[in-house]
Design a binder for this molecule. Structure first.
Ligand code: ADP
Ligand code: F6P
Length: 465
């Protein structure tokens, strides 16, 4: 079996991966099985020669190798091109995208430096799996440096529609770079179709089965919806430790119906719209006053980026407005917390919440939706209210599917969830769990790696470019 090399902007810990969430667990398992190497950014910013050194550490047959970013790279590559240009654009927010040549050049340079640092660590028969929008050109850069290994890429965020993507001055180069990989994976069939549409219509390419031809190269493109470690999370949620967290929450809200939202503080998550929908609920259903309690947990993310600073201010104001308008001496309608919590707390809070609100305006997959369902008590489960624009919506049709842009519709769904009979809650939960078990995170990484193991890079002779 070939050694696995995972490349991603953030690198998970080798120890205590269960605390770090599904992806770190899945990749750590695959890395352990294949005695692999995980390479990426250390999470530190450091100027000077030290930051250029690779820091490597091994545990249980897995090596973690990282480099620091310089402050310029952090500004231009991470905050700049990745998070002020690609992130909004790929989430259909052309209005929030900043196009700055300096950012693009910094992005290319950071990808080159990552490739230079990784190259000496590679072996001829490695299987290399690159992750996410930070590293679109990484495969091409590595190939230019002579890499001949099988190279796969998985995009964790949506692929945008052609009309939006073509607004990016460098769209052609970035898509062409993806053709240096042997296999490119997307979260959903819809993302795959949008990628194919670009290749066929914008790049003038062609398609045979799941192989696309363009730029004199070819690549296999497929959808591989990511999952969570369903059984492990369900077990955690049913544990005494999580039960303790659930009991603390219940004591704080008395007999009220707990509604919960858990998201990074990101404008893609539809948080202002969600707050407005909750306000609509309180406006339309006065009988809900004092009966419900909405807890939103949203830790600050990418806090140096202006658009993230703006959304935080907007939410602060909205939370104050809603509580100011509806709170009573013995009832706070909305509790809004700006920090991360442990996985044990998270599991307990999900389980103690009768309603899970997951209403992104656009999301690659959304693991919170899956975690909320996995954490429920099968005998008395809560109800998931899920945006149709989350990648997970197709797999989770048994949730209450809503349009996050429609506050009245979301308020009505919350009201439906609040009164949903036990038998219906159980039926929906059973259907959702069946799907979550069928496509969990282990099967996601196995499916991708099996396909990459078998991917053949060459363009067959006589095939149209
Ligand atoms: P994204 O990758 O855009 O952040 P996902 O929903 O796919 O969105 O994944 C988010 C992950 O981060 C989930 O595993 C979730 O449990 C975790 N997470 C989100 N908010 C918090 C929080 N406040 N505390 C701890 N973990 C969180
Ligand atoms: O899933 C999208 C993603 O950007 C991941 O690549 C990333 O690790 C996560 O969200 C959190 O964002 P960041 O790494 O910018 O803190």
């Amino acid at each position: 079996m070939s050694r696995l090399v995972v490349v991603s902007n953030r690198v998970g810990p080798l120890r205590g991966a269960t605390k770090a969430g599904g992806l770190a667990v899945a990749l750590a398992d695959a890395l352990r099985t294949r005695r692999g190497l995980w390479f990426g950014w250390s999470g530190e910013v450091r100027d000077g020669p030290q930051g250029h050194e690779v820091q490597a550490q091994s545990l249980g047959g897995v090596t973690r190798a990282v480099i620091d970013l310089t402050s310029t790279e952090h500004d231009d590559y991470y905050n700049g091109f990745a998070n002020r240009c690609l992130w909004p654009l790929f989430h259909f927010r052309l209005d929030l995208a900043t196009f700055d040549r300096r950012y693009y050049e910094g992005y290319q340079r950071a990808n080159q430096r990552f490739a230079q640092a990784l190259t000496p660590l590679l072996r001829d028969d490695d299987l290399i799996w690159v992750h996410d929008y930070h590293l679109l050109p990484f495969g091409e850069t590595l190939r230019d440096m002579g890499a001949r290994q099988r190279l796969g890429f998985f995009l964790h965020i949506p692929w945008p529609v052609r009309e939006i993507l073509t607004a990016l001055p460098h769209h052609e180069h970035l898509v062409r770079a993806l053709f240096s990989y042997d296999l490119v994976g997307f979260q959903t069939e819809a993302d795959l179709l949008r990628f194919q549409d670009y290749v066929l219509r914008e790049a003038g390419g062609s398609q045979r089965g799941n192989r696309l031809y363009a730029y004199g190269r070819s690549v296999i493109a497929q959808a591989y919806p990511i999952g969570i470690d369903t059984d492990q999370f369900a077990t955690l949620a049913a544990s005494d430790e999580a039960g303790h967290e659930a009991a603390k929450l219940k004591a704080a809200i008395f007999d009220r119906t707990q509604i919960v939202g858990v998201d990074r503080l990101d404008y893609t998550k539809g948080l202002p719209e969600r707050f407005q929908a909750y306000e609509k609920l309180l406006e339309l259903y006065p009988e809900a006053h004092g009966q419900v309690s909405f807890l939103q947990i949203a830790p600050t993310s990418r806090g140096e980026v202006q658009e993230y600073i703006d959304i935080r201010h907007q939410l602060d104001a909205l939370a104050g407005h809603i509580n100011g308008r509806f709170a009573q001496l013995d009832w706070t309608p909305l509790r809004y917390i700006n920090r991360a919590i442990t996985r044990r707390q998270l599991a307990g809070i999900y389980r103690a919440s009768r309603i899970g609100l997951v209403t992104p305006l656009r999301d690659g997959m959304n693991l919170v939706a899956k975690e909320y369902v996995a954490a429920q008590d099968p005998d008395n489960p809560g109800v998931l209210v899920l945006s149709r624009f989350a990648g997970s919506a197709k797999q989770m049709a048994a949730a209450l599917i809503v349009n996050p842009y429609d506050p009245v519709g979301v308020a009505e769904a919350i009201e439906t969830a609040r009164h949903m009979p036990l038998a219906q809650r159980r039926d929906r939960h059973r259907a959702l769990m069946h799907e979550l078990r069928r496509s969990d995170v282990a099967s996601w990484s196995q499916n991708f790696l099996t396909a990459l193991d078998h991917a053949v890079a060459a363009v067959p002779p006589g095939v149209p470019a």
